[in-house]
Design a protein around this ligand. Structure first.
Ligand code: HEC
Ligand code: HEC
Length: 221
């Protein structure tokens, strides 16, 4: 266990360092708004499903942390996240574009002064509680799964359950050309669980109060 934690700490330091460059660029919400037309075709439609490589809902990104959005887009651009649609999108974005669209989505739909409970109002079933404790999910994602300890980590409370499950499976998947995420921290987490256990985790986290939204675009209704 000690060795595992030391390795994990080293991995965290390494991944934070590689992100530093893109994150020093300051994003602008107003400029960002002019760059998101393409994104809204998928992220601006409530409950929109992707059909490839599997069927699941396109994640909510409005209200997500800006630094996490930068980190995720950078990972698609570098191929560390293999989803083909998002890789194609991210390859067209400069580091400045990434900072701007991240600022836009992070600010979008956030209501001033609105807060969600510090801890979930919904208790997990005993089986789920044991899984959450085993991996210490709250130690990184926050006690309500919406206050990550580092701004490059995601808010996950209230995200679509089928997307959460697919994301968790992606961290487990190796050697496939179009599915997989190489993030070592979540790889170590997800690989401890069976597919069924990942389903239970995804369903519970998805049922919690959320700061995340998909904002329906009137034009695309
Ligand atoms: C063709 C549909 C499509 C378009 C267009 C699109 N996305 Fe995505 N986006 C997806 C899908 C599907 C995923 C989930 C991919 C995966 O499983 O990793 C995703 C994932 C993401 C994520 C990661 C979310 C998370 O919680 O980790 C971010 C951030 C994101 N998209 C931002 C954008 C931005 C910004 C644009 C426009 C510049 C955009 N997307 C355009 C379909 C799309
Ligand atoms: C040591 C810190 C740490 C722990 C513990 C941890 N996570 Fe994560 N989690 C992260 C980081 C960092 C990311 C972003 C990885 C990336 O960039 O792809 C992440 C990403 C995720 C994602 C993808 C979110 C998205 O929007 O795509 C899910 C789902 C997730 N974690 C669930 C969990 C669950 C469930 C647990 C407990 C079983 C857990 N995490 C434990 C650090 C952690």
């Amino acid at each position: 266990m000690k060795l595992f934690l030391t390795t994990l700490a080293a991995i965290i330091v390494a991944s934070v360092t590689t992100l530093a460059t893109a994150q020093e660029i300051k994003g602008n919400v107003i400029t960002g708004e002019k760059k998101v037309a393409l994104c809204l075709g998928c992220h601006g439609i409530l409950g929109f499903h992707t059909g490839f490589p599997e069927v699941y809902r396109v994640p909510k990104i409005s209200g997500q942390g800006a630094k996490y959005i930068v980190s995720a887009l950078t990972a698609y651009k570098k191929g560390e996240r293999k989803n083909p649609s998002m890789r194609a999108v991210a390859e067209t974005l400069s580091d400045q574009d990434i900072a701007d669209v991240a600022a836009y989505f992070s600010a979008q739909g956030v209501v001033d002064g609105a807060t969600i409970p510090a801890t979930p109002t919904k208790e997990p079933k005993a089986a789920v509680a044991a899984l959450l404790t085993k991996a210490g999910c709250v130690s990184c994602h926050g006690s309500n799964f919406s206050k990550p300890i580092d701004p490059t980590y995601p808010k996950i409370a209230g995200q679509y359950s089928d997307y959460l499950y697919f994301a968790l499976m992606s961290y487990k998947t190796e050697g496939k050309p179009m599915i997989g995420r190489s993030n070592p921290i979540m790889g170590a987490m997800a690989k401890q669980f069976s597919d069924e256990e990942l389903h239970l985790l995804a369903d519970y986290v998805s049922s919690l109060d959320s700061e995340l939204k998909s904002i329906q675009q009137p034009r695309l209704r």
